[in-house]
Design a protein around this ligand. Structure first.
Ligand code: PBG
Ligand code: ZN
Length: 379
């Protein structure tokens, strides 16, 4: 049990740790005696005694490397770039629709015939990936439109891949936007069924992959959904379609604005029987490991900002690509405060982005993507 104390104190230093005294230089006998007395008096395990020879102390000046913008840039440890960003997109069935989402300023639902305008903005921003959510005209108990080959999300994928082939199109795989009850799975007697829902999710993933989706992102939190989707994709010949799994997805109040945007609020109850309890960071690691074992290619942590601990632990414990989902509520809070002039939107958003990167995210799904891209370009 030995500690290195650095060169800052030239001599006359002693560290008393438990039963040991580590001494530097000539103060050996004196400090040993002092430590001995201290340990008797305080009866503590750790007593640190430091003698500083006045005048020999070297001032640590961290500010040297903070002096100019270029110096700061040189020693910067993390960064965010436009290629890290994934932009969520809401596509609604119908014609000539561009609906603003009241709780998410700047975000709209687009019908396919109006989506070019948004695709142009994405192209111009240089954002390389979108996460697609479909909002069907008709919902039913079984979420039929989710796995209709010609459903809104499948058609949106076809259209976007046709006009913007290099854009990475990721399809969110869930039933809640398509079910009349707004839950992410089938329902019987008020219970959200697990195993019975899996084939429908698998079919949704396959129809999206066949429509040309570059990735599927199952967000439904049914047990075994990653394995079920992997198997179905492989069987359908979509062996190369990666799965971006929402592995640690919490039952969270932060999804409120999204449910306005996607018309997907649960008609009764909540999602706590399938989404994770946010009190449990260790359970989150188990969920992540399960998804890795089932064949996930990328792991999503969601929400992001209140869950950076989970992201950080995941970055230590796995070597999978990690994605932070900077969710709707996180976006709305920033937008609301900025609209009131209470915060500087750009500063806050960039700080949030770096927070997620620092915690270990390689990529970030964020409604701020186009703004961040613009700010990065301006730098
Ligand atoms: C669908 C889904 C949700 C989000 C992404 N996919 C909502 C939910 O689980 O209720 C939330 C995204 C956001 O809040 O931005 N299951
Ligand atoms: Zn859902």
């Amino acid at each position: 049990r030995c500690s290195y104390l650095g060169t800052a104190f030239k001599w006359g230093m002693a560290l008393y740790v438990g039963d040991y005294v580590i001494l530097l230089d000539i103060w050996l006998k004196i400090t040993e005696a002092i430590c001995f007395v201290f340990s008797k008096v305080l009866d503590s395990c750790y007593v640190l005694i430091v003698f500083i020879q006045i005048g020999e102390y070297i001032m640590i000046r961290r500010r040297r490397l903070r002096a100019t913008e270029n110096l700061r840039a040189l020693v910067r440890e993390t960064s965010v770039s436009v290629s890290d960003l994934i932009y969520p997109l809401f596509v609604i069935e119908g014609n000539d629709i561009k609906n603003p989402i009241d709780s998410m300023p700047g975000i709209y639902q687009y019908s396919l015939d109006r989506i070019d305008e948004e695709l142009d903005r994405i192209r111009e921003a240089g954002v390389k990936g979108v996460l697609l959510f479909g909002i069907p005209a008709h919902k039913d108990e079984c979420g039929t439109e989710a796995y209709n080959e010609h459903g809104i999300i499948q058609e949106a994928i076809r259209y976007i891949k046709k006009v913007f082939p290099e854009l990475v199109v990721i399809a969110d795989i869930c039933l809640c936007e398509y079910t009349s009850h707004g839950h992410c799975g089938l329902i019987k007697d008020g219970i959200i069924l697990n195993d019975e829902t899996l084939p429908l999710l698998a079919k949704t993933a396959v129809t999206c992959a066949q429509a040309g989706a570059d990735m599927v992102a199952p967000s439904n939190m049914m047990d075994g959904h990653i394995a079920a989707i992997r198997e179905a994709l492989d069987e359908a010949g979509c062996k190369m379609t990666p799965i971006m799994a929402y592995s640690a997805k919490m039952a969270s109040g932060y999804y409120g604005p999204f449910r306005d945007a996607a018309h997907s609020a649960p008609g009764f109850g909540d999602r706590k029987t399938y989404q994770m309890d946010y009190h449990n960071p260790r359970e989150a690691m188990r969920d992540i490991q399960d998804d890795i074992d089932e064949g996930a290619d990328i792991i999503i942590i969601k929400p992001a900002l209140a869950f950076l601990d989970i992201l950080k632990t995941a970055s230590w414990e796995t070597d999978m690509p990690l994605c932070a989902y900077n969710v709707s509520g996180e976006y709305s809070m920033v937008k609301a405060a900025a609209a009131n002039g209470w915060i500087d939107e750009k500063k806050i958003v960039m700080e949030n982005m770096i927070g997620m990167k620092r915690a270990g995210a390689q990529m970030i799904i964020t409604y701020h993507a186009l703004d961040v891209a613009k700010w990065l370009r301006e730098e």
